[in-house]
Write a protein that binds this ligand. Sequence first.
Ligand SMILES: [Fe+2]
Length: 387
Amino acid sequence: MYFEFLTPTKVIAGDDAIFKLPFELEQAKVNKPIILTDKGIVGAGILSPVELAFKEYKFKMPTVFDDIPPETSVESVQTAFKIFKSENCDSIVAIGGGSVIDTAKALRMMVAENNSDLMSLAGADNLSGKGPVFIAAPTTSGTGSEVTSVAVIYDSKSSSKIAFASDFLIPDIAILDPVLTISLPKKLTAASGIDALSHAIEAYIGIQSNHISKALSFKAVNMIFNNLIDAIANGKDKKVRLNMLIASTIAGMAFSNSMVGVVHSLAHASGAVLHIPHGVAISLFLEAGLRENFAKCKKEYSELLNTVKCDFLGDKESRANEFLKVVGDFLKELRRLSGIPSGLKEVGYTKETEKRIIELAISDGSSIFNKIELTEEVARRMIEASL
Ligand SMILES: [Fe+2]
């Protein structure tokens, strides 16, 4: 066995963790951060504790760029780059969900390389350095982007999502404060939580999993099963919200090292074609993707059953089947409680969109480390099972 594992991010987690932000910036010897966020976060008052933190610390309130769409784009990153330069910023703070944090990663790349052509940096390991200090405070519990080395940016010219990957994209600090997620609506809580669950499971069953990532995935799956329903039913509970933030970060550490699989390929493709949120797309394909992997992943499913239902006895085959049943029941319950879509037909899928979804899915890099190959037939079966 051979593997490499990297998770360099300092994690600051707990009640009022966001109040450490100005202190951490000062420790890093920077004083002109740009805060990246979105209008929904500003509108929901989620930036208020951040502003208070700067005020109490007597740190000048930074420049705020809040015009980031739910699905970030090349244009958004370019605007952020222009502001960063014109305001002479020296560091980046992302307060938001995956879209905001991915924007911050792309901005960091452009600043590090002093290159205004973002697309020329697409792909893996195209950076020569890590760029400015970068702190991420997630406002959703799902992407794990606060500890991962990847960013996904929508390119309107090719109508596809472009992936960027480099160890230099991993944030220096992740701040996990439940006050930033307590106003997250039920649908977003469910969809982002399922995204985190898929990170943990796909990282566990993929060919690049290792003992460290498996330990992280195992814990993340357990925490998500124990907290996600509560987070939807009782969103104001800070303890549950913090547990989901931690679970999502742990899952992020796992998949940043062990990658994801076919579920993510189909989700990226359908996200680009149908313009549905990443977590919703994941929720539609998770069960189908796990079923496609069944023959090659019985051992892994049987192991994962221990973290969600430890009293089930049986051989490997029946335990693996039970794990899929437990995941299926969990998804059903999450859909019932939150109202997220239960099939592709509810989110604009038509037979005409299928060809493009399959094309994009099989050329998506996410499934390189999946145990089974993502062929056209597999992708089609996954779509049919998710209608
Ligand atoms: Fe994901």
